[in-house]
Design a protein around this ligand. Sequence first.
Ligand SMILES: Nc1ncnc2c1ncn2[C@@H]1O[C@H](COP(=O)(O)OP(=O)(O)OP(=O)(O)O)[C@@H](O)[C@H]1O
Length: 271
Amino acid sequence: MTDTPGENPMTCPVCSAPATPPKCGTCGRPALAPFEGTDLLVLDGVRHTYGSGPGEVHALREVDMRVRRGEITLIVGPSGGGKTTALLVMGLLLKPTAGQVRLAGQSMEDASESERTRARLLQLGFVFQQFNLIKSLTARENVMVPMRYAGVSKKHAGERASEVLTALGLGHRVDHRPADLSGGEKQRVAVARALALGPQVVLADEPTANLDSVAGQRVVEKLAELASANGTSVVIVTHDTRLAPIADRLLRLEDGALVEQDVSAFAGGHP
Ligand SMILES: Nc1ncnc2c1ncn2[C@@H]1O[C@H](COP(=O)(O)OP(=O)(O)OP(=O)(O)O)[C@@H](O)[C@H]1O
């Protein structure tokens, strides 16, 4: 995988300045060549098998999937159906046994580990069930971590963190540490961290599992709202079919096979 320098400057997702690869001259965020296509993340014929011989498990069987720009996709299905495995493959955390993964038009097949790490940092955002915040850091500092890691200046990272936290309704909590935040607030900090660098796709693994239904609904609605305002796609793995009304697409993974379902059939929240 290589970044071909684009001729046209893109708008920096962190500080909104015009940015030309290799990086934004204003805040320091690495700038990627613009991708004009619709299918931000593509899985083609993806299979994944754990183990071998009599103990082998076919977690994904010939999965084809397209994550389109700005869409919210929900992946549901029974326990053991392959949802986490699919999310790990989409997040470039697991190389599938067979098949292709393409992120913003780039095949990941021959990408080196450092190219995958860079793509994860700049092009993908992650939200986990357990929030995964650093306890000793404030909300703002937590959101700044990936930006600082990517090379964004401290000043711009701080400003951007405050901006995203405020957009998520946490403007009055930026200096609080995780221990002083509610579960829903912690998850909104995690959402802010996932969105701060302007990823193309956010991958969320059971983001409402540790929240009550009202807090969970609010977090996911906010995530969907901010993501679609920026053309960011969101993929949510969940058991919580009450989230179906915010989704553009509902996919069901059962025994490693993916089937598209009608979102409206779940509008009432029944599995
Ligand atoms: N590291 C592993 N080694 C061996 N088998 C695994 C491993 N991880 C998952 N599996 C198996 O792969 C299949 C798919 O698991 P996966 O965790 O992707 O399902 P899931 O739909 O996310 O389940 P859940 O809803 O319970 O989290 C299951 O049969 C599981 O036991």
